[in-house]
Ligand binder design. Structure first.
Ligand code: ZN
Length: 694
């Protein structure tokens, strides 16, 4: 796909949003439209080699009497069986990709561009594979009307089909362009977007599908290391090689206190033999040293030598293309950024309340990590080998403002960070970050003690998804579930949350802090639906846990660095958007708390019990925020909150960033939720307790 001489546009959209209508418009502008969903049907037409393979795998029961594929039978058989679904995908996907490649290769080289039209690019975790990704959206009421008229179904049936897809706000997070197909003339929108796409697709493609990086070890050397590692038995051998360059600056009260730069090169080897794992990590090893470490790890084994095949580098597209590699940005420019942010924070705080500013701290950090992962694995006696690489870029700017009024000090904190290059720090983004920190600090001076008691709480989408991450997400990591250390252990297929509650972890979201091309075991990242409409669907898997659970790896095997073993970790975790206007949710809050920012907290992942600080909250009466509150805490139980969620907003857009700690390893993550109503949370405050309303 990334070798085509013309741009490739991914096109998707909600059911009955008018995707085919837009595809038709593009066809009229000279684009070649490929119906990618149609290719999936074509791959298993009667008489096709694909259908023969399916019959061999699933038996003649998967055929209808007329010899065509019985899709309903197949769907029923793979629905709750991960292994069967993996078998199906292993048959279908390569054939669909071959058909697609054939279709693209058959187009003339001077084709204006190809539109790959499919309903589920986001759901399949492929929205970042294209030179641009556009989605078509239309108001829900219009979509329901169209769907009912088109397919002759009830409103409820139409709504159920809408709910089975990614929501429009989620699709928009992936899209370069959202086309509003609400009856307006789209000519101008399409023409403008087409001009931009035709002008920059080559640059974008080169950033998305990087050319292979100069590697510390060749593919042949890594194969030799794996062969040595597996020379005396084992089921799985792996070499993880990492180069990392990082910078950090810290400014306090106008003084540059910290300027740190680091350069790391290391590698580790992992040998899995049944239940046993052997592991070694080496700083800046030579090929000979790596081989020697492999020999040492292999020595205790008593088995035969593995037939490790030759390794061929396979690259995966990144969801986070980078314009300006921060590793190549001069230190002076980073210093200038921090100074600019610091000065602006002072100006902002002074403008908000003269004389209140007490202290400003600004921190900057960047990290560019390059990894190469070579692995050999035995399945059913046959050895396969993989070699992958990834180039990961993180930048972050943090602002802390402290304000005082003679009797108290209050702090405001705001961070800006993505998997992006130095281009993230536009004047607008930097100004917004420091302005928020200053506003929070100064506003907190006027806050009143929060009432204490059990109240309904509206969590605004600006609060971020800390609660989803902490109180639910960790319990959905397969290692904790396997160890019985999770409220969700053993509950696959069971109702664990209210109807309408869908929780997703997605490593393919463009530029989000937990996004990467591959995980730290070489598996492509994916979009994992953990809870769908209240039902537990999946856990986050590493290679090891997926084997134990007879599931597929989900691309969530992560490690802090080459010195650590990979374990299942979250990436970008969020509660899917619902259908309510956020204002309507707040309007119905008679008496309770509106939370706009969450701070740190504590959580017991076994029970999901949590306590979080509220860093921006308002006491609400009759749907109106009355006054800001200070020193409030929220406590409750994550799984119980999920069961009680009845009102979920449409406004999913803000992702909070953080570094998640687990087993002594920190990895970058982000999380989000739309505005929600929690009917009863315990609010800890310092004011006199009010009679609880629940
Ligand atoms: Zn965490």
């Amino acid at each position: 796909m990334h070798a085509s001489p013309f741009p490739i546009l991914g096109l998707s959209g909600g059911i009955a949003a008018g995707k085919s209508f837009v595809a038709g418009k593009l066809a009229a502008r000279g684009w070649a439209v490929v119906d990618a969903d149609g290719l999936a049907r074509e791959a298993v037409l009667p008489g096709s080699e694909g259908l023969t393979a399916l019959v061999a795998a699933f038996g003649p029961g998967c055929l209808r009497p007329d010899g065509a594929l019985d899709r309903a039978w197949l769907a029923a058989h793979v629905f709750s069986d991960d292994a069967a679904r993996a078998r199906l995908n292993a048959i279908l996907h390569p054939r669909i990709e071959a058909l697609l490649a054939g279709r693209l290769a058959g187009l003339p080289a001077d084709t204006r561009g190809a539109v790959l039209d499919a309903a589920l690019w986001v759901e399949r975790g492929k929205a970042h594979h294209f030179d641009a990704f556009w989605t078509v959206d239309a108001p829900e009421v219009l979509r329901l009307q169209r769907l009912q008229a088109r397919d002759g179904i009830t409103r409820e049936a139409a709504l159920a089909r809408l709910r089975a897809q990614a929501t429009p706000p989620e699709r928009a997070l992936h899209a370069d362009l959202v086309i509003p197909n609400d009856g307006r003339d789209l000519t101008g929108i399409l023409a403008g977007a087409e001009v931009a796409l035709l002008a920059n697709w080559k640059v974008r493609r080169a950033r998305t599908w990087r050319t292979p990086m100069p590697a510390p070890f060749s593919a042949d050397q890594l194969r030799d290391v794996l062969a040595t590692l597996l020379s005396r038995g084992g089921d799985y051998g792996e070499a993880f090689v990492e180069r990392r360059r990082a910078h950090a600056l810290g400014m306090d009260d106008g003084r540059m206190e910290d300027v740190l730069a680091s350069e790391t090169f290391g590698a580790s080897l992992r040998l899995v033999d049944g239940e046993t794992t052997r592991f070694a990590d080496l700083i800046a090893p030579t090929f000979e040293e790596l081989t020697e470490a492999a020999r040492t790890l292999a020595a205790p084994g008593t088995g035969g030598a593995a037939g490790v095949p030759a390794l061929l580098l396979k690259t995966h597209p990144t969801p986070s293309p980078v314009e300006r590699d921060p590793g190549r940005v001069a230190l002076s420019e980073k210093v200038a950024l921090v100074r600019r942010a610091e000065a602006l924070a002072r100006t902002e705080a002074e403008a908000l309340r003269p004389g209140a500013l007490k202290q400003v701290s600004v921190g900057y950090g960047d990290s560019t990590q390059r990894v190469w992962i070579a692995a050999a694995e035995s399945r059913n006696g046959a050895w396969s080998g993989t070699l992958t690489e990834d180039h990961r870029t993180q930048v972050v700017l943090r602002a802390n403002v402290t304000a005082g009024d003679g009797t108290q000090l209050q702090t405001g904190y705001q961070a800006l960070g993505e998997t992006r290059g130095f281009e993230l720090f536009t004047d607008e983004a930097v100004a917004h970050t420091v302005r928020e920190a200053a506003r929070l600090a100064v506003q907190a001076l006027d806050a009143q003690p929060a009432p204490a008691g059990t109240f309904p709480v509206v969590l605004s989408s600006s609060a971020g998804g800390t609660m989803i991450h902490e109180a639910c997400g960790h319990g959905l990591e397969a290692d904790l579930a396997l160890a019985g250390m999770s409220a969700f252990a053993g509950k696959l297929g069971q109702k664990v949350a209210a109807e309408g509650v869908t929780i997703i972890d997605d490593g393919t979201l463009p530029h989000k802090r937990g996004s990467q091309a591959i995980d730290d075991e070489g598996n492509p990242v994916s979009r994992v639906v953990l809870i769908e409409n209240g039902v537990l669907k999946a856990y986050l898997q590493s290679r090891k846990t997926s084997r134990k659970m007879n599931a597929e790896p989900t691309g969530n095997g992560r490690r802090e660095s080459y010195r650590h073993l990979p374990i299942p970790r979250m990436r970008n975790t969020f509660l899917a958007a619902g259908s309510e206007a956020p204002e309507a949710i707040l309007r119905d809050l008679d008496r309770g708390l509106l939370v706009k920012r969450m701070g740190g907290g504590q959580v017991d992942t076994v029970t999901g019990n949590f306590v979080f600080q509220v860093t921006e909250g308002y006491w609400v009466e009759n749907g109106e925020p009355k006054y800001p509150v200070k020193n409030a805490t929220l406590s409750g139980c994550g799984p119980e909150v999920l069961k009680g969620l009845t009102r979920i907003g449409t406004d999913l857009h803000h992702f909070d960033i953080g570094t998640c700690g687990k087993d002594g390893q920190g990895v970058p993550v982000s999380d989000a939720l739309p505005t929600i109503l929690c009917p009863a949370l315990v609010v800890g405050g310092t004011a006199e307790p009010l009679p609880s309303v629940i």
